[in-house]
Write a protein that binds this ligand. Structure first.
Ligand SMILES: [Zn+2]
Length: 54
């Protein structure tokens, strides 16, 4: 098939060199302060979205 493209796929295990302070880096196993903060922000954002949707 022509024009076949992979969709937006984000393989978490393949992300290389993700900067600290990002959810990606945290998911990679980093638990430094900026990365933990990123996780907080991420969860807060998700909660906010859920609150809006619900
Ligand atoms: Zn980190």
């Amino acid at each position: 098939m022509a024009g076949e493209r992979p969709r937006m796929v984000a393989p978490a295990r393949r992300t290389k060199g993700a900067p600290h302070g990002t959810m990606t880096r945290y998911a990679r196993g980093c638990k430094c302060e900026p990365c933990r903060q990123a996780k907080r922000d991420y969860r807060l954002e998700l909660a906010a979205r859920n609150a809006r949707t619900a």
